[in-house]
Write a protein that binds this ligand. Sequence first.
Ligand code: ATP
Ligand code: MG
Length: 269
Amino acid sequence: MTGAVKPAPGPVKPAPGASGDGLLIQIDHLSRTYMLGEVEVHALRGISVSVRRGEFVAIMGASGSGKSTFMNILGCLDKPTKGTYILDGIDVSGLTRDELARIRNNKLGFVFQGFNLLSRTSAIENVELPLLYGTASLKDREARAIKALNMVGLGDRIHHFPNQLSGGQQQRVAIARALVNDPSIVLADEPTGNLDSRTSVEVMGIFQDLNEKGITVILVTHEPDIAQFAKRHIIFRDGRIQSDKPNPSPKLAADVIRDLPALDLEEPV
Ligand SMILES: Nc1ncnc2c1ncn2[C@@H]1O[C@H](COP(=O)(O)OP(=O)(O)OP(=O)(O)O)[C@@H](O)[C@H]1O
Ligand SMILES: [Mg+2]
């Protein structure tokens, strides 16, 4: 049972030397089958893939091809039916729920399409939420939340409520929340799906900055324009990886924003 798991705040120790080769994620013949009544749904059908520390991966593919199922397993929110998943040297396929929760808290940050912020809660309190499960003091929690909000350029909005923020600002609060535990991986499922194109590029700029700082970023997107900011493209099809290629020339969000017309530009008469 779970009694053996200590609620220690420190990271779960990787096997000695296991991740010294820079491999952060090693997935081997991984399948996920859902049971819908009597019917088996094969969402993932034997996927093998690895991701090195510091990569920026975009996952694409048609609706229903298994992208979110894959992200949920990567994020230790769900377990594979078959196959192995080694995260930073730890075989997570066999861990208990408590151990998985501890890994999520220590290593992973999540960003979703719908922001998932608590609406009656200020930006800073939303960002502090993941820290409530740990041992950080109130002062420490506040300091870390402010640091994360500064990282996404929202240091001047910390007491705003979600309905006092634009969509892009809300997504930045969600990114700050993902960063507050100092994760080594940020997983984002359609993070720009609810944003206009300019704001989407701005959010991609934040992911690029984080990636420059060494955080591994894995994001799902339907939009080829958004995938252009990533360094590697993995395309899913029917629960399998159809292609997996480096992006030889990722676009820089800062350059794209510079070339966009200014928002307040008046139409020439
Ligand atoms: N909880 C579930 N129970 C049963 N079937 C599921 C469940 N979750 C997903 N599926 C099925 O698994 C397959 C993969 O779904 P998944 O959500 O991973 O697709 P996706 O690539 O993320 O699609 P989208 O682009 O629409 O978000 C689909 O056929 C879906 O219907
Ligand atoms: Mg999905």
